[in-house]
Design a protein around this ligand. Structure first.
Ligand code: TNX
Length: 518
C-alpha cells in the first residue's frame, strides 16, 4: 500500500452486496459493472480506486527476475496479440514488475497486486502465485484482451488502480475430464486447460480408462490401447494418448501451474482392459468392446496374481511420466465383487501406488478398505462415505454430484447431460459450502473441491464448454474465495461480465436465465 495513500481508495465492496438478497431475479445489466465486479473467483481482499488507472501503452515493459521470467513472458504474450504493442520482458526495467519477494504467508499461490497510475507491482512467494495474479489482471482488463488478432485501435487498455491481496481457501481446486467415454484430442485438452486456468483451477484430473476405452499407452501392455482404445460411446473410433502426448499435456498444464492427476479406474470400469487381457476377468472369457453407458458390470479378478502384475505395470509406467504426486485408481461402482474382496484389492493397489512413490486417490468407495493417512478420498455420491473416510483420518476432495457434476443437465429444458443426481443450475453449483455440506466433515478434513465432467453424452469441445460454463467458475470460487465472500448476488453479476470474454475466446456457454447477461 506504500504508494497508494495519495489516492482516495474507494473500497469497492466486491463481496458485500448481501443487502440484495431477495431482490428480483433479474438485476440491471452489468455491462458497466465496476471492474471489481468482474473478478472470479472473488479475491480475498480488494480495494480499488476506480477513478484512477494504469494504462498499457506502446511503452509498457515488464520487469522480471530469474524466478518470474516465464510468467512475465506469459503476461507479455497475453498483452501483445490484442494490443499490438511490443511489451518487452527483461530484468532491466518496466512499469509492470513481477517479483518473488512476497512473504511466505502468501503461500504457494497467493499474490499481491499494487496498481497505481504509473506502475503495476505483482508480488508473490512462488511463481504459481504470480501466475494466479496474472489471471486477476487479465480479468481486470477489457474482454477484448482475449482477442486473437490486434484490436489496438480500440484503446485504451486500462486497469483500475488499487490493491488486491489474495490467496486460496483450499489447496485443491480441480476439474476432471472423462476422456474414456468419448475421447478428446491433445489439442482439445489444451483448450480446456486454457479455459480453466482463467479461474485459478490448479488440478486437471484425467479419467483415462473406463469400460468404453483405455486412453493411455502402456508400453509393456500394448494391447490395452491397441484393442481397448479402439472405440468409444456410440461406436466412434476412440483413440488414446501416446506417452509422449500425455507428457505434452502434463507440460502444458504445468506451464499454467496445473497438476495433472491421471486416473486408471480399478477394479471395475475395466471392460476395455478385459477385452485386451481376458485372462484377468474371473470368468476368463473375452468380453466384447462396449459402446453403451451402463456401469458396474466389469471387474478385474482380485484372486488372480496376474491382476496385480498388470496393475503394477500400469502404475509403474504412469508414475514415471507423471511428475505430480498423485495417482487416482478409481474404485467406484464395483458390483461384481464381494465387499471383502473389494477391500483387499484396494489395499493391495494402495501398496503398489505407494511403492512407486505416489499418493493414492480413490472415489469414496475406497474407504471400505484400510487406508493410509496419505491417501485421499474423493467424495461424489454419499455423505456417509465421506464421514467414514474422515474417521479413518484421510483428507477429502469434495465433488458432490448434485452440485459439482458438470455432466448433470442444467434444467428440464437443456437436453445435454444426465440427471441421475438431479438438475444442477448455476445457483445449485454455487450454493453450498465445503465446510458444512456433510455431517461429520469439517473444513480441516477437506483439501478442496473438484468439478468432474463425465462424457457419456458429451462428444466434442462445444459440448464440454456448454457444460462447464458457467458452472465451473462457481466451483472455482467455492474452492478459492473465503467463505465470507460467498454472495450469489455479487457472483451472478460477475458471472454476467464473463460473457463478452467467452464470446471473444470462442467459448460456448449456457445462457442460464439466473444470470443477468448483458
Ligand atoms: C457415476 S462418479 C460414475 C461415472 C459416471 C457418472 C455419470 C463416479 C465415480 N462414477 O462412472 O460417468 O456417474 O454422471
Amino acid at each position: 500500500m506504500e504508494k497508494i495513500p495519495a489516492l482516495v481508495l474507494a473500497v469497492v465492496a466486491v463481496l458485500g452486496t448481501g443487502a440484495c438478497r431477495g431482490a428480483p431475479v433479474v438485476a440491471p445489466a452489468p455491462m458497466s459493472a465496476p471492474v471489481a465486479h468482474r473478478i472470479i473467483p472473488a479475491p480475498a481482499s480488494i480495494m480499488l480506486a476506480e477513478a484512477d488507472s494504469f494504462a498499457i501503452t506502446a511503452a509498457t515493459a515488464i520487469r522480471v527476475e530469474a524466478g518470474s521470467a516465464r510468467v512475465g513472458e506469459q503476461l507479455a504474450e497475453m498483452l501483445r496479440t490484442p494490443t499490438g504493442f511490443p511489451v518487452p520482458v527483461s530484468a532491466a526495467g518496466g512499469s509492470i514488475s513481477l517479483e518473488l519477494t512476497g512473504a511466505e504467508t502468501l503461500g504457494e499461490e497467493g499474490y499481491e497486486l499494487r496498481i497505481t497510475r504509473d506502475s503495476v507491482a505483482l508480488v508473490a512467494h512462488r511463481a504459481a502465485g504470480l501466475f494466479r495474479g496474472v489471471q486477476t489482471l487479465r480479468q481486470m482488463l477489457p474482454p477484448r484482451i482475449e482477442a486473437e488478432e490486434s484490436v489496438q485501435s480500440r484503446l485504451p487498455w486500462k486497469i483500475p488502480a488499487g490493491v488486491i491481496r489474495d490467496r486460496p481457501r483450499f489447496a485443491w481446486r480441480g476439474a476432471m475430464l472423462d476422456v474414456a467415454r468419448h475421447f478428446f484430442t491433445v489439442q482439445d485438452v489444451k483448450q480446456y486447460i486454457d479455459a480453466i486456468a482463467l479461474y485459478k483451477i490448479n488440478v486437471l484430473h484425467l479419467h483415462l480408462s473406463d469400460d468404453q476405452g483405455w486412453r493411455i499407452e502402456i508400453a509393456s501392455r500394448p494391447r490395452l490401447t491397441q484393442l481397448g482404445g479402439s472405440t468409444q460411446v456410440g461406436g466412434g473410433p476412440g483413440g488414446f494418448y501416446t506417452q509422449r502426448e500425455y507428457a505434452e499435456i502434463v507440460r502444458y498444464a504445468a506451464d499454467r501451474h496445473i497438476t495433472v492427476v491421471p486416473e486408471i479406474d480399478l477394479p471395475g470400469h475395466t471392460n476395455a482392459a478385459l477385452v485386451a487381457y481376458p485372462e484377468l476377468s474371473c470368468g476368463k472369457q473375452a468380453p466384447a468392446l462396449y459402446t453403451g453407458i451402463r456401469v458396474g458390470f466389469s471387474a478385474l479378478c482380485p484372486g488372480n496374481e496376474e491382476t496385480y502384475r498388470l496393475v503394477d505395470d500400469v502404475v509403474r509406467e504412469l508414475a514415471a511420466i507423471t511428475p505430480g504426486p498423485y495417482i487416482h485408481v478409481g474404485g467406484d461402482e464395483v458390483e461384481a465383487l464381494t465387499p471383502a474382496d473389494y477391500a483387499r484389492f484396494i489395499e493391495r493397489v494402495q501398496e503398489i501406488v505407494t511403492r512407486h512413490g505416489k499418493r493414492m486417490i480413490g472415489w469414496e468407495e475406497v474407504a471400505k478398505g484400510r487406508l493410509r493417512p496419505s491417501t485421499i478420498v474423493q467424495q461424489w455420491r454419499s455423505d456417509s462415505a465421506a464421514a467414514a473416510a474422515v474417521r479413518q483420518g484421510v483428507k477429502l476432495i469434495l465433488s458432490p454430484a448434485s452440485r459439482a457434476y458438470l455432466d448433470m443437465r442444467y434444467t428440464r429444458g437443456t437436453m445435454l447431460g444426465l440427471n441421475w443426481a438431479g438438475f444442477v443450475e448455476v445457483r445449485d453449483a454455487y450454493g453450498w459450502d465445503p465446510a458444512s455440506f456433510f455431517p461429520g466433515v469439517t473444513e480441516a478434513d477437506v483439501i478442496g473441491v473438484e468439478a468432474p465432467l463425465w462424457s457419456e453424452t458429451v462428444k466434442n469441445m462445444t459440448a464440454v464448454q456448454f457444460m462447464a460454463f458457467p458452472r465451473l467458475p462457481a466451483i472455482a470460487e467455492i474452492g478459492w474465495s473465503p467463505a465470507a465472500a460467498k454472495d450469489w448476488e455479487s457472483f451472478r453479476v460477475r458471472l454476467a461480465a464473463q460473457a463478452p470474454r467467452w464470446e471473444m475466446m470462442g467459448v460456448n456457454f449456457h445462457r442460464s436465465p439466473q444470470i443477468p447477461w448483458p
